[in-house]
Ligand binder design. Structure first.
Ligand code: CP
Length: 319
């Protein structure tokens, strides 16, 4: 069993329920991971993913190995049949097989380059490990998706549902400005997760910032942010660069920053963001510091999202 995409979740309701049970009793399955090792390979920086996945593994009794592959590993070649006479020192074929001898699960973070759309869509790092490793693979954010984040977000949403008294929530995914070109992975996985939820789901962004149409599918898009916010129960905010004009920052329209005035259009909505977030660019201090902000709890739920995934993989290994 691998966990590389939100599509690997067979029932979001059941997974969220089980993750919330783990949150209540995090040490209940400590024997499951005894004598098992997870290798966390980072090709990009991380705070939450790195610490929460280690915490999740430790809660299950596993040993963790962490490697900053971009700085500490050999530069990997992913193409088959190539003469390796340039900068790349090791082929994914050997690297993945060798790491599989040391680890029972391999987790990988490898962001999009935002330079070559086709290469990014091909997920060469994640799929290279999937193809050549002999152990399960977990996606800790790849070019296309961040399924551990999306599962944590589903847990966070579920925890807030009681206040809605059984009413179907309106959830808005809103683009917000950012000075740097950011990948689409978090937004993509959030969209895919919301497509599995019973919710009124709306995506809002300026024209030119359309996400991959294959992922958006028939999800509703509203180009007027104010209109999208009316009656919303949850505002999930994220910046992403242009997908059509691949990896470009078309503009940084600060009128899209999430402010108190924008939040006043909603149904006292909760504010969500995966973090890290740039204050007073993506979202104002007043919103981020308000009692309606769920960002710290979202980060907390990363542990239980990862713990559920690792528990399912370990149970599968022990079969
Ligand atoms: N949300 C998230 O994945 O955070 P990090 O990039 O810090 O891991």
């Amino acid at each position: 069993m691998n966990y590389v995409s939100v599509k690997d979740i067979d029932s979001i309701d059941k997974w969220v329920k089980e993750a919330r049970e783990l949150k209540q009793s995090p040490f209940k399955h400590q024997s499951l991971g005894t004598n098992k090792t997870i290798g966390l390979l980072f090709f990009n920086p991380s705070l939450r993913t790195r610490l929460s996945t280690q915490k999740a593994a430790q809660n299950l009794g596993m040993t963790t190995m962490v490697m900053n592959f971009d700085k500490e590993g050999w530069a990997l070649e992913y193409e088959d049949g190539i003469r390796m006479d340039q900068g790349k020192s090791e082929h994914i074929k050997e690297a993945a097989q060798v790491i599989s001898q040391f680890c029972d699960i391999i987790a990988i973070r490898a962001f999009a380059s935002l330079e070559d759309k086709e290469k990014d869509k091909a997920e060469i790092v994640l799929n290279g490990f999937k193809k050549h490793a002999s152990v399960p693979i977990v996606n800790m954010e790849s070019s296309v998706g961040h399924p551990l984040q999306a599962l944590a977000d589903a847990i966070t949403l579920d925890e807030q549902m009681e206040s809605l008294m059984g009413r179907k929530p309106k959830v808005v995914l809103s683009w917000a400005p950012h000075p740097k070109a950011l990948p689409h992975a978090v937004a993509n996985s959030f969209v895919e997760m919301m497509q599995q939820q019973d919710a009124d789901f709306v995506i809002t962004h300026p024209k030119g910032y359309e996400l991959d149409a294959e992922i958006v599918d028939d999800s509703q898009i509203e180009y007027d942010q104010d209109k999208a916010f009316i009656g919303a129960d949850f505002i999930y905010t994220k910046n992403w660069s242009s997908f059509d004009d691949y990896g470009q920052v078309l503009h940084q329209d600060l009128s899209w920053t999430i402010s108190k005035e924008k939040m006043a259009l909603t149904n006292s909505a909760k504010f969500m963001h995966c973090l890290p977030v740039r204050r007073n660019v993506v979202v104002s201090d007043a919103v981020l510091d308000s009692e309606n902000s769920l960002v710290i709890e979202q980060a907390n739920n990363r542990t239980f999202s990862a713990q559920l995934v690792l528990k399912k993989i370990l149970e599968n290994l022990n079969k």
